[in-house]
Design a protein around this ligand. Structure first.
Ligand SMILES: Cc1cc2nc3c(=O)[nH]c(=O)nc-3n(C[C@H](O)[C@H](O)[C@H](O)COP(=O)(O)OP(=O)(O)OC[C@H]3O[C@@H](n4cnc5c(N)ncnc54)[C@H](O)[C@@H]3O)c2cc1C
Length: 374
């Protein structure tokens, strides 16, 4: 029987462990804390699922497959992990990023619609869209209950036979092995799915991954904005995103520009005044009636960024793989990405060249336009 060790029980590692176990592999999942622990990127309360990615068509396909995969996981667990609220892209340029996205979605037969800003404002109370050319509406996009989903998938992996080891792992010499708190574990394949910890573990191969602090905010909304859930939204040009109130946690409104360099272990988890001010400046522009709304929930999380926002799926030694550089847009894809990586580990396909360890050139377009990386 084929065997694998996956290090890291964020959404990428846990999903991969589950997928491999479902395919008959003997799998060990090594995680230093409890799955869903607050320092991991996957522990954000919510993450968006959307298919638009500008002119790229690889990620839209994967996101669309992932939507099906999330639905299947929900059937398996009996829990609603994905709320299909729909998502609005606020487009200021009639022929900009959103128009390019719409052309790709139409070509891939992924449902989308162009809305007049006035129509968008009818569907989203409080929206100020007088500077918009149109709104790109993805009816099947929505919001994942991310932290919960990460815990649920780790639990499913355990039920599928994955051995779960609570330990901090380091590479075991060269070759497919790890040392987990002193215990040597070996397998046919080792996958390091370590999120923001990857650059320190593998400075030579992944040292170019930059970890940044990202503050997120949920603002209290009027009661009549809470049911049914208002759509999610992304503002590509203004580098902001969020979603309507879900589970009474307020409306998420958050900037997407990359924050300060950050250490996921020692970094404080209290949001900063100036990032709240940035979120409020966005509210003033797009949802003015909420500008004085209270923050009812906030979180500090981190991006693990490559310069072009393309991920890393790369073999660095016989049977030893790095899976990382999620670049702030990896959550939604996890169950579909797990299938892709499982095929690679099985030797059935090669990873796309875009995921290699080559030098990356700064590029935008997979998340929003914002950012400070140069
Ligand atoms: C503010 C914010 C908003 C985001 N919004 C979205 C969104 O809307 N949609 C979307 O799709 N994505 C979004 N993302 C990105 C998404 O959250 C990440 O892509 C995803 O969670 C990455 O998961 P991961 O498993 O790679 O990393 P993580 O969740 O960080 O997991 C890595 C795990 O590895 C463990 N680990 C590390 N080193 C070791 C070791 N040596 N031994 C044992 N365990 C180890 C860590 O403890 C951790 O649990 C967002 C991210 C942030 C920060």
């Amino acid at each position: 029987m084929k065997s694998a060790i996956v290090v890291g029980a964020g959404i990428w590692g846990a999903s991969l462990a589950l997928r491999l176990a479902d395919e008959g592999w003997t799998v060990t999942l090594v995680e230093q804390y409890a799955p869903g622990h607050i320092r991991q990127a996957s522990a954000g309360e919510t993450r968006l699922l959307r298919c638009a990615h500008g002119s790229d068509d690889w990620y839209p396909r994967l996101a669309w497959q992932a939507r099906d995969a999330w639905r299947k996981l929900e059937q398996r667990t009996g829990e609603e992990l994905y709320v299909e609220s729909g998502l609005m892209w606020f487009a200021r340029d009639p022929d900009g990023w959103e128009a390019r996205s719409a052309r790709v979605l139409e070509r891939l037969h992924i449902p989308c619609e162009l809305l007049d800003p006035a129509e968008a404002a009818r569907r989203f109370p409080g929206l100020r869209g007088d500077d918009l050319a149109f709104v790109l509406w993805e009816p099947n996009a929505g919001v994942l209950r991310a932290r919960r989903a990460t815990q649920v998938i780790a639990r499913l992996a355990g039920a599928a036979g994955v051995r779960q080891v609570r330990a901090r792992a380091v590479p075991y010499g060269r070759g497919a092995g790890v040392v987990a708190d002193g215990e040597v574990l070996t397998a046919d394949r080792v996958v390091w799915a370590c999120g923001a910890w990857l650059p320190r573990l593998f400075p030579h191969e992944a040292g170019h991954v930059e970890v940044t602090r990202q503050d997120t905010f949920h603002f209290g909304v009027p009661r009549d904005w809470t049911t049914p859930p208002l759509p999610a939204f992304c503002d590509y040009d203004l580098a902001a995103y969020g979603h309507g109130d879900l589970d009474g946690m307020g409306m998420k409104v958050t900037g997407d520009a990359e924050g300060e360099p950050y250490d996921p272990e020692s970094g404080g988890r209290r949001v900063l005044r100036h990032t709240e001010e940035q979120a409020r400046a966005y509210l003033a522009r797009r949802f003015p009636s909420l500008v004085g709304a209270p923050v009812v929930f906030s979180q500090v999380c981190q991006y693990a960024l490559t310069r072009d926002a393309e991920w890393i799926v790369a073999e660095i030694d016989d049977g030893v793989w790095l899976l990382g550089g999620e670049s702030g847009h990896g959550f939604k894809h996890a169950p579909a990405l797990a299938g892709y990586v499982a095929e690679i580990l099985d030797g059935a396909r090669e990873p796309e060249a875009r995921f290699g360890l080559h030098e990356r050139r700064t590029a935008r377009g997979l998340r929003t336009s914002g950012g400070t990386l140069s």
